[in-house]
Design a protein around this ligand. Structure first.
Ligand code: GLA
Length: 388
């Protein structure tokens, strides 16, 4: 995690010399359960020890926000009452979350904010959810007497993506960022919103991310198309079974999917097929973890990669290459993590293989693409919080 003094010194320098309160929220990993959240399925994320830190203070104005993105050295001022909002994509997260918090009854007025992050941007670790939940946590504290619940803050973050940033995402990232707990993964049922903390200390193994450094940008990406495909399949199944209630693919069986295969076409069929399989895989991973069977967890991770690559089609050449290297090295499990279209693979590696795997991955990737993948050792950390 970054130092508070780093953010504080910039906050003092760029505004009026006064200090505010400091908040932090993490990015996330996800062991398994990809593209299942908006399909009412299960996910298995955890917060990481990297994220966003922001210093914030009410500035006494009605609606003027003065915002400084420390890493980008970019300053943007805007008005909350301006229906267009700011243009800079990072400032739209601040604008969006402030308006969503207002909808929840928090009387947000003007404020100053400076923030920085150590969660890699575009790596699929959800730097955007880290921003949303960090700013929500601050606004709730400064203007809302902390009356907004954790779930409502997570939902406000998701609504920010939908309403101001053009990504029709599910709830996994914001949930993980708000509810994370050091040392624990969380199994969330995205339909009922029930979840369970799962202590994760795989004896003899570790989790490592390999970042392809292929830019991962969900806005305007085919992410929303994937969601549309899933919803289209549900619509067809509903039409065939007017007696039933089909809200998401969670409500659909393999037989029902097969019934509509010809109508929806091969592309949508394959996408829905991946989602049904992935829903079952999350539950199978939970069983395997309970039995301490990490080899089984790894097998399921490879199956997820295969499905994300061939059926859901959210991989890219570089990620498939990293997955192949993992397989060749005998790594227990490896797959694309997060939305896809670039970003990281998540790898479950035996301790004795770790060094050799990282060295081989760097060498082979570099030989093919002219740069090494970045390596992030996963440390599972806490969720959104006030630091001071
Ligand atoms: C992105 C979205 C999440 C989820 C994942 C894929 O991270 O923000 O809601 O859909 O992709 O599992």
């Amino acid at each position: 995690m970054m130092e508070i003094d780093f953010v504080r010194s910039r906050f003092i320098k760029h505004f009026d010399g006064k200090t505010g309160n400091v908040y932090a929220s993490p990015g996330r990993i996800n062991l398994i359960g990809e593209h299942t959240d908006y399909n009412g399925g299960f996910v298995f994320p955890g917060a990481v020890d990297k994220g966003i830190m922001a210093e914030m203070r009410a500035n006494g104005t009605e609606d003027t926000v003065m915002a400084y993105a420390i890493d980008l050295k970019d300053r943007v001022d805007f008005h909350l009452n301006d229906p267009a909002g700011p243009r800079a994509s990072w400032a739209r997260y601040i604008y969006g979350i402030a308006l969503e918090m207002r909808k929840l009854g928090v009387p947000v007025k003007g404020f100053n904010i400076a923030f920085a992050g150590d969660v890699p941007l575009g790596a699929g670790m959800s730097s955007s959810a880290a921003m949303e939940s960090c700013f929500a946590c601050g606004l709730n504290d400064i203007f809302g007497d902390n009356k907004v619940s954790q779930w409502d803050m997570a939902l406000a973050g998701q609504a920010t993506e939908h309403n101001y940033c053009g990504v029709n995402c599910g709830i996994m990232d914001q949930f993980a960022s708000v509810f994370g707990k050091a040392g624990c993964l969380m199994r969330l049922d995205c339909r009922s919103r029930e979840f369970e903390y799962f202590p994760f200390k795989p004896d003899g193994y570790r989790l490592v991310l390999l970042d392809s450094v292929v830019k991962h940008q969900l806005a305007g990406s085919p992410y929303n198309d994937r969601r549309n495909s899933c919803e289209n399949v549900v619509k067809h199944i509903q039409a065939k079974h007017p007696e039933g209630k089909f809200e998401t693919l969670r409500d659909c069986t393999w037989e029902q999917l097969d019934e509509v295969r010809a109508e929806v076409g091969e592309e949508d069929y394959k996408r829905a097929k991946f989602v049904l399989g992935e829903k079952d895989r999350v539950l199978a991973v939970c069983d395997a973890l309970n039995e301490g069977d990490y080899e089984r967890v790894g097998e399921l991770m490879y199956q997820t990669h295969e499905g994300l690559s061939k059926d859901y089609e959210v991989s890219c050449e570089e990620l498939d290459f990293l997955n192949d290297i993992a397989k060749e090295c005998g790594v227990t499990g490896s797959r694309i993590m997060g939305g896809g279209f670039g970003g990281c693979t998540i790898n479950l590696v035996r301790n004795d293989l770790y060094k050799q795997f990282i060295a081989t991955a760097k060498e082979k990737f570099n030989a093919k693409y002219g740069h090494e993948p970045k390596v992030y050792d996963v440390v599972i950390g806490d969720g959104s919080r006030k630091l001071c």
